[in-house]
Design a protein around this ligand. Structure first.
Ligand SMILES: Nc1ncnc2c1ncn2[C@@H]1O[C@H](COP(=O)(O)OP(=O)(O)OP(=O)(O)O)[C@@H](O)[C@H]1O
Length: 560
């Protein structure tokens, strides 16, 4: 399958993540996408897999034997498969057979036809079905889990296979096996796109290398061409592949080598042992020189990256955390005390103004609140229902306006408190949040309250919420990539939630375990005084903000 990006742009929130991406992925090729962390590789892959839509430009796909290229959804999504970073965290079924067969189940492939396809997918990734079909995917080794995840992508027989960091975290043997699998898939003319930092492994395999820098394509072309323009790799903050570094060093020391792309090629050319003139040039010049003597490959340096993705911050971000704790608690109490529509309206208006002031994007807030709104809507509905003296009825179910009003106000109060908590965590990072709380509750230490444990637990718990939501988004994308595309309210159906629970619980437990180990390994001791690395600093702005908050909280309390 051939893929063509034409002037593609993308943003999650305000800041552009990708800009003016023009790229062609030839059918049957293996393309390697590299770039420093945060340069937009994973985002590019998700657009390619149709899990996100470009905010500018188009992505066109042309299948084997097709005359015209098409955009999604005219091209069925099952022809594009993606395997995410650390896909093992997204395995969820009880057996390998169920996990690999998930995409077939979703596509309602008849049961008798499923098993041969699952076995074939396992064979393609080098797993013996008789040994693995009935095993739990959670009890496999890291390399085996990753192969199961790839089999889950291959089972729908896609024409395009996208892999994000496929060798990350694998030992050298597992990595080599995975490279062998990809080499075989390429021989079968599958189009493969890999985002990776592991240039040593992928350079020799790549038909095309794409270098991403700050959301733009800095280079797209052959791997030798890239080494001929070695400064591009340097500017993109990437290491040269070891074979290239060793080759240039050997050249410097008088041993001529043909420009190798892999260590194997290097050893082969060394065995031939042609001598070279010693050189005094700089490392990157030597690398360019070494590869320039080769046949001229395709190479095209593209638009110079200009993006600066510094996150925006507001005055709310800069306020002292003690002031923000005070504001959150006093405004939350005021919101909880409102008992009429005016109070509710004023509190929402204030919260909306604070969100705007803090420059929190509506899209992010909406992602956070969607699940909560569903629960609150349900609570509101049941508070309005009555079976005695209804004001209005639909069959046996009656509605009272009084119940609806009281339920509405109750739900609004709690929603406001959650909104304020969200605002607080969005504008305060972990260390200030913790220091501020610890300062406020420190006097309780005298009466034996473990204040340090409490502040640590609260700051971790508050930051767990956005993390969990982000994880849920990733799992939903993983399910969508395997054919489970659910939109609207059905995203929150019991079936959908049950499928997300297993990988989510595994992620939460793993993170909890890692956090506990990290805290322990850093020598955390609740009884020992530690040096804070965030210094609390109260300024005049904080005093003014405190005054405004107190007045506003009083006004809301009075109005409500
Ligand atoms: N769901 C999201 N919401 C908002 N911003 C995001 C989201 N996902 C990624 N980003 C931002 O987009 C930018 C590019 O991220 P991306 O994951 O594509 O980079 P990457 O090159 O794949 O990095 P890495 O090598 O670390 O995986 C980063 O600044 C990141 O913070």
């Amino acid at each position: 399958m051939q893929i063509r990006f034409a002037s593609v742009g993308f943003r999650y929130e305000r800041e552009p993540i990708l800009r003016d991406v023009n790229l062609e992925i030839p059918a049957g090729s293996l393309t390697v996408i590299c770039g420093r962390t945060g340069s937009g590789k994973s985002t590019l892959l998700q657009l390619m897999a149709g899990l996100e839509s470009p905010t500018a430009g188009t992505i066109r796909y042309k299948g084997a034997g097709e005359t015209d290229d098409r955009i999604l959804p005219a091209i069925p999504r099952e022809r594009l498969a993606i395997v995410f970073q650390m896909p093992e965290a997204q395995l969820f079924a009880g057996t390998v057979q169920q996990d690999v067969g998930f995409g077939l189940e979703v596509r309602k492939v008849p049961k008798p036809n499923q098993l041969p396809r699952i076995e074939e997918a396992l064979r393609r990734v080098g797993l013996e079905s008789s040994e693995f079909l009935e095993r739990s995917p959670f009890l496999l080794s890291g390399g085996e889990k990753r192969r199961v995840a790839i089999a889950g992508a291959l089972v729908l027989e896609p024409e395009l296979l996208i892999l994000d960091e496929p060798t990350a975290g694998l030992d050298p043997a597992a990595s080599r096996e995975l490279l062998g699998i990809l080499a075989r898939l390429r021989e079968q003319r599958m189009t493969i796109v890999v985002a990776t930092h592991d240039l040593d492994s992928f350079f020799p395999l790549a038909d095309q290398v794409v270098v991403m820098e700050k959301g733009q394509v800095a280079y797209a072309g052959g791997s030798k061409g890239l080494l001929m323009e070695a400064t591009i790799l340097q500017e993109a903050g990437l290491e040269f592949p070891s074979a290239a570094r060793i080759a240039s060093l050997l050249r410097k020391n008088g041993i001529l080598v043909e420009a190798p792309l892999s260590v194997d090629e290097l050893i082969e050319s060394l065995e031939r042992g042609n001598l070279a003139e010693p050189s005094q040039a700089a490392d990157w010049e030597l690398i360019e020189d070494t590869y320039r003597s080769e046949v001229v490959p395709i190479s095209n340096r593209l638009a110079a990256p200009v993006l600066n993705q510094q996150p925006e911050s507001s005055m709310l971000h800069r306020l002292d955390p003690r002031m923000k704790w005070f504001a959150m608690v006093s405004l939350s109490l005021a919101c909880l005390s409102v008992a009429n529509g005016w109070g509710v309206a004023a509190s929402f208006a204030l919260t909306a103004a604070l969100f705007r002031f803090a420059k929190i994007s509506w899209r992010r807030a909406w992602t956070f609140f969607r699940p909560v709104l569903f629960v609150f809507g349900f609570l509101f509905a049941i508070s309005a229902v009555t079976f005695q003296n209804p004001d209005w009825s639909l069959g046996p179910i009656g509605i009272t306006w009084q119940g609806a009003k009281l339920g509405g106000i109750g739900v609004a109060r709690f929603l406001l408190v959650i909104l304020l908590g969200f605002l607080f965590t969005e504008t305060t990072t972990g260390a200030p949040l913790r220091e501020g709380l610890e300062w406020a509750i420190r006097p309780l230490r005298k009466v034996g309250v473990p204040t340090r444990d409490i502040s640590l637990a609260v700051s971790i718990a508050l930051q767990f919420v956005p993390w969990i939501l982000e994880k849920m988004g990733q799992i939903r994308k993983a399910l969508a990539s395997r054919g489970q595309e659910i939109t609207g309210i059905r995203k929150w159906s019991p079936r959908q939630i049950s499928m997300m629970v297993v990988p989510l619980m595994i992620s939460v437990l793993t993170l909890g375990d890692e956090l506990a180990t990290a805290i322990e390994s850093r020598g955390y001791n609740r009884y020992v005084e530690r040096t804070p690395w965030y210094e609390l600093r109260w300024t005049r702005t904080d005093t003014v903000a405190c005054g405004i908050t107190a007045v506003t909280a009083g006004l809301i309390g009075w109005l409500g």
